[in-house]
Write a protein that binds this ligand. Structure first.
Ligand SMILES: Nc1ncnc2c1ncn2[C@@H]1O[C@H](COP(=O)(O)OP(=O)(O)OP(=O)(O)O)[C@@H](O)[C@H]1O
Length: 250
């Protein structure tokens, strides 16, 4: 059984009003420099989020830029620990965002498929059957024999997407704006994503495309400034959001 439980979760980032002051800059200007010249800014990206998602639910997250959607997804994935509150996620997670991060640049495509598959919980036996399927999906052919340092960004995307989606996820976390290479690969990737959405036990998807949300989700969450302002049936929440955005809300 897969489930997600967020209890009063907040995520705060500390950032600086200006760029960080380096050692050289500090030494040169130290008689003039004061910490108050560059105060810490606290960004409350998530603010007291309560969310309970059960097996079988497909959640869509909508909201304007900077509302906290990606931070929510990354908190669910375990990338950001909550500054306050508790996070419980049960089930094998597949995160479809930032998928090209963390590759071994000096290793070949084949080696990276192995390394990543282990990180995704595969065993030497289970990898044996999947290796060829992943390689075939990339359509990278002999390029899989060279170091990924030499890949174009589109080739990296193909490799990363093929590996990330070769799992049998229980909890699927998707950022819709995943750019996955050229048109030919994009169509194939979209088809695979839809398949994963149908087969995973629970999904949370961040999307700006409201039609995809209406079509794919069982519940929608609308976020503003790190808070959930409305949640419920896709049609109702999307209509309220659209009305608010176009300025026709009552
Ligand atoms: N790593 C970080 N360090 C500092 N601030 C951050 C970081 N990540 C996000 N933020 C800030 O947190 C807030 C929420 O950002 P987030 O990326 O979650 O929004 P979003 O709803 O996904 O936006 P978009 O639709 O533009 O992708 C923003 O104010 C953003 O500047």
């Amino acid at each position: 059984m897969a489930k997600i439980e967020l209890n009063d979760v907040s995520v705060t980032f500390n950032t600086y009003q200006q760029k960080r002051v380096g050692l050289k800059e500090y030494l040169v200007n130290r008689q003039f420099w004061k910490p108050s010249a560059n105060p810490v800014l606290r960004v409350h990206a998530l603010n007291g989020i309560n969310l309970s998602v059960r097996d079988g639910e497909r959640i869509g997250v909508i909201g304007h830029n900077g509302a906290g959607k990606s931070t929510l997804l990354k908190t669910l994935a375990g990338v950001y620990p909550p500054t306050r509150g508790t996070r419980t996620v049960e089930g094998r997670i597949c995160s479809l965002f930032d998928i090209t991060l963390g590759f071994e640049l000096e290793a070949t495509g084949w080696d990276n498929i192995q390394y990543r598959s282990y990180l995704q919980g595969e065993t030497p036996t289970s990898i044996r059957t999947k290796l060829d399927q992943i390689a075939a999906f990339t359509e990278l052919g002999d390029f899989l024999n060279i170091a990924v340092r030499n890949y174009s960004s589109g080739m990296m995307m193909r490799l990363a997407f093929s590996i990330a989606t070769a799992v049998d996820p229980e909890v699927l976390l998707i950022d819709e704006v995943l750019a996955v290479g050229d048109m030919a690969f994009l169509n194939k990737a979209r088809a695979r994503m839809r398949e994963l959405m149908k087969t995973s036990r629970l999904m949370v998807m961040v999307a700006h495309d409201l039609e995809t949300i209406r079509e794919m989700c069982t519940r929608v969450i609308w976020m503003t400034r790190g808070k959930i302002v409305m949640e419920g049936k896709p049609d109702e929440v999307v209509s309220a959001y659209t009305a608010a955005v176009s300025g026709t809300a009552a």
